[in-house]
Write a protein that binds this ligand. Structure first.
Ligand SMILES: Nc1ncnc2c1ncn2[C@@H]1O[C@H](COP(=O)(O)OP(=O)(O)OP(=O)(O)O)[C@@H](O)[C@H]1O
Length: 335
């Protein structure tokens, strides 16, 4: 069953220097218990998209489209309803989140806070649930009595995951949850996230600039460039057989763990991502694209199914592999 559906979502920041269209026309779907990875360079709009899911953007930001969580539009719900949805239906784990812990409050009290706020448990019941959550994230229950400074970075990030799980949400949005951790701890935390979502049937949206981390953790991937999804599909296909030149470059920038063959893939790109306030015409990627055609500077961009037999309708929400590249379209037409 579909847990989350984004329909044509666009986000524009208002700033003194002018409007910044950070997310443009994003349509995605996530099933219950599914993990979707969102990849892209810095500035591609990943965090903006993550924040829009829980309406955590600055108040004057323009957001359009629909963000349906269990069929209910997050963008139009009342603030009261939104407060109930945050933590209880959907929760967020963000980069460096461990620094968000209060240094002078006991760990157990902080994990129990969302339970208390949402009226789910207090007193002994909250203490029991806190102990259970700590054990689920691989920490002993006695840690509840300790303080954040007694924990390592990886352990603090585990506490944040315990908090995110506290109210048994149906969706977790994790924005670079392991970027601040060293490689070994990163692998442990990723496998913890993966096993917890599988065990509890939670939907996961995980944001990272590292496609290989996402490919190892998520069922499906969406690659963002200049605010748009330019490629999406099953993780293995997107990582090993990307059809958008940007997706290929991103896959090549990170060798797959334990796969020496992937080192043969194209290396990272030259140039910088465009300034969202001054986007190139046509395909935003064309000035950096090694295989661009003259028409790429003017043709409208559309996500095309890579499988030539699949109809192009609702391509952005299709289960299959799609890419917004003229070469995919030309390839389809040549059959
Ligand atoms: N509050 C804001 N006001 C104006 N522009 C903003 C604001 N926040 C982000 N932006 C701009 O929106 C664009 C997308 O930013 P966003 O943080 O979503 O990208 P990202 O892909 O998550 O990057 P990173 O990986 O560096 O976090 C960038 O050009 C950024 O400068």
């Amino acid at each position: 069953m579909t847990l989350l559906e984004l329909r044509d979502v666009a986000v524009t920041y208002r700033s003194a220097a002018g409007d910044v269209p950070a997310v443009r026309g994003v349509s995605l779907a996530l099933a219950e218990g599914e993990a979707l990875g969102v990849a892209g360079e810095s500035g591609s709009g990943k965090s903006t998209l993550a924040m829009s899911l829980l309406r955590l953007l600055p108040r004057d930001t323009l957001v359009s489209g629909e963000i349906l969580l269990d069929g209910e539009d997050v963008l139009t719900m009342s603030w009261g309803r939104l407060r109930a949805v945050r933590w209880a239906s959907a929760s967020l784990v963000f980069q460096g989140a461990q620094h968000a812990l209060n240094p002078v409050r006991r760990i157990g009290d902080q994990i129990a806070e969302p339970l208390r706020v949402h009226g789910m448990a207090t007193g002994a019941a909250a203490r029991r649930r806190t102990a259970e959550l700590l054990e689920q994230v691989g920490l002993p229950a006695w840690r509840a009595r300790g303080y954040p400074h007694e924990l390592s970075g990886g352990q603090r990030q585990r506490v944040m995951i315990a908090m995110a799980l506290a109210c048994s949400p149906r969706l977790i949005v994790a924005d670079e949850p392991t970027t601040a951790l060293d490689v070994m701890i990163q692998a442990q935390v990723l496998s913890l996230i993966r096993s917890l979502i599988a065990e509890h049937g939670i939907g996961l949206i995980m944001i990272s600039h590292d496609l290989s981390v996402l490919a190892a953790t998520c069922d499906r991937l969406a690659v963002m460039y200049a605010g748009r999804v330019v490629e999406s599909g099953p993780s293995r296909e997107v990582f090993r057989d990307a059809r958008h030149p940007y997706g290929r470059a991103l896959a090549g920038a990170f060798p797959a763990v334990g796969d020496p063959a992937s080192r043969m893939a194209p290396k990272g790109l030259g140039g910088d991502p465009p300034d969202p306030a001054h986007l190139p015409t046509g395909c935003s990627f064309h000035p950096r694209c090694p295989v661009s055609l003259v028409s790429c500077a003017s043709e409208p961009v559309e996500l095309w199914p890579v499988d030539r037999t699949e109809a192009p309708t609702e391509a952005g929400r299709a289960e299959g592999h799609t890419a917004a590249c003229v070469h995919v379209r030309v390839d389809r037409e040549a059959r």
